[in-house]
Every structure is written in C-alpha cells, then in structure tokens.
Design a protein around this ligand. Sequence first.
Ligand code: SF4
Length: 368
Amino acid sequence: MSFKLSDYNTAKLIIKKLKELNLNLKIMHVCGTHQDTIVKNGLDTLLQECNIEMRQGPGCPVCVTPQKEFEEAKTLAKEGCAVAVYGDVIRVPVEGGSLADLKAEGYDIRIVYGAEDAVKLAKSIRKPLVFMAIGFETTAPTTASVLLNDPPEKFYVLSCHRSVPPALDALLGMGELKIDGLIEPGHVSTIIGLKPYEPLSVKYHIPQVVSGFEPLDMLVAVLMIALQVKRGEARVENEYTRVVKYEGNTKALKVLSDVFEPSDSVWRGLGLIKDSGMKIKRRFEEHDARRVFEDELKQLDSVEFKEPLGCRCSEVIRGLLYPQECTLFGKACTPTRPVGPCMVSVEGACSIEYKYGRLNVKAASNKS
Ligand code: SF4
C-alpha cells in the first residue's frame, strides 16, 4: 500500500473491524478511478483477507460505448468533417479500423481535452467539426455548457453521454452476479447527488455508499457497506461528504436538463437500457450531429457489429470476469496492441491491471 503512516494505522483498524464482522461479501464499484486506487494500493488483495471481493462494473465510459457510435464518428470523418475525440477514444478497436487508423489514412481526426477545446478548434478551421462527446454525468455538463454558449455554426456534438443510475438498475436486474453492496463514484455523485441511487436500494435491497478516491475513502466505504449488511439495512450513504452533497450540483443538473433529455441507449456489455442516454434537445438541433447528418448515419442502423474475436470486455464490464481470466490478456492484448476497449481506456479494468503489472493475479471464483 502507498498509504501515509496515519492512514496506514486507520486502515489497519478498518481491516480489523471488517474481519470481526466476519462477512462474505461481493462489492461492486463503477468507476475507473476507484479501480485504479484499488489496484495501485492492493486493496482488493487486502480485502480478500476479510472475505470481501471487489468488482469493477460498467464504470468506464469509453469501454461501454458501443462500436456503432465509433462507426458514426468514422462515417462523419469520411464525409469530410473534422472529428474531435478524447485521447483514449482514438485507439479503441473497431471493426474495419479505429479512428487512429482512419487518421493514418489522412482523415481529419483531432484529439481534444474537452468540449471547450473542441469549440476552440471548430473556430479555427473552415470545415464542420464533430465532437464525439463521451462520458457520464461528470463530463456531460461541459458539453451542455458549450451548447448553451453560442457555439460556432459548424460545431456539432455526437452525444455518446450516458447516465450511471439506469445502468446500475439494468445490471442489478440481470441478476448474473450476487452483489452485496455498491460503491458509487464520487465524481458522478458530485453532479447527481444521492437521490437517484435511492430507488435501487429499495428495489434490490442493496446498500450503497458514495466514495472518494483515496485508499482510505474506499476502505471506509467498504466498512460502511459491511455495517449496513450486518444490520440488515439497505440505504444510500455518503462517505465523500467533503465534496458530495445530497442534492448534487444543482447548477450542473439544470445545465444538463436544459440541453439533454433521457433516451434509450445501447451500452457495450449491457445492451439497450431505457433512459440511460443523453439526447440533445430539439432546441439545439442545429448542433446535433445525429440530426444534421441523419441521412449519412442512417446506413449504420442495419449493421450488426461483432465484438473482436476472443475479447471478453462485455463480461469484464458486467463484473463477471477479471481481466486476467481473458486468455488474450497481456498476450495478444496489451495497451500497445489492444484488442478491446477495456485495454485502451485509462479507466478500463484491463489497462489498469496491466499498468500495475498484475499479469498473473489469481482470479477469485466468480459467478454468484
Ligand atoms: S484483455 Fe483485451 S481482449 Fe481481453 S477482455 Fe480485456 S480488452 Fe478485451
């Protein structure tokens, strides 16, 4: 562990308490940053001593974006638009080639740091620019705010934004894995607050705790879940009180609801989830790439996209499989030659395990 000494002593006390509680738990989180904290600090190995298994669920926005949406971006680049994407998006393997492959062929694919950067770029070029906007409630407000602030005429957004709570509902509803508690992402929760999680605790009788990103935050969150389980409770608690408020960020929520409306959306690994997408409202239709380029994108509706051969990202995304259980992990699939999105994105479970050199971690038995 890379704890400070004071944190180390607190961590020891938490582990002692967890051992005393003597439970056998599977806890899922849905955040690449949480996974990084867990793997970097060996928290999962530590928690195994307390019979607690940690699983990463659908918490990497790039990983859950289906191939069709990458294909939409590729199609618009071929139609003569500049396409602006986040750095890890460009390398995601897609049937027929990634956006990076398209760039190598001479198409105009640019890397940007965010929506505002994309707007600046749109102002500096003559051709239309499409911003492929990927992310959960954390990044969606920045996309919304550029649309509210008089963007350039030829600036278009391909909204690939998604909302976390409907995906959690879908995942729990599948019942593939018995999950005893959910750790909710601190950054998403900063925007949405605690309320959207509450129906899940009622419907599935599952404890949930919003957690920060330090190792101690996560251990405290695990303890809070364990205590709820011990008491037979199922409610939403907030470990990250220094940042997250019950009501969330009301200004950001207003910006989101001004620009987006819920829409059914396909998630890689999870399929179609009701009201989990963020569709641009008609008021901004002149900047909505899907409306403006409807005819060009229509051809993709009938295409069936296959997952890369042997890639098990869908199961990794649902928390059913540890990356090391994929036979391609660290062999045919590495960050320099990724086969699936989970090895590309910095938030992907496979890339995180690889980054910290955990090539041979023995996977615990899964399936509930
Ligand atoms: S190791 Fe590669 S191929 Fe296997 S699940 Fe991860 S990203 Fe997909």
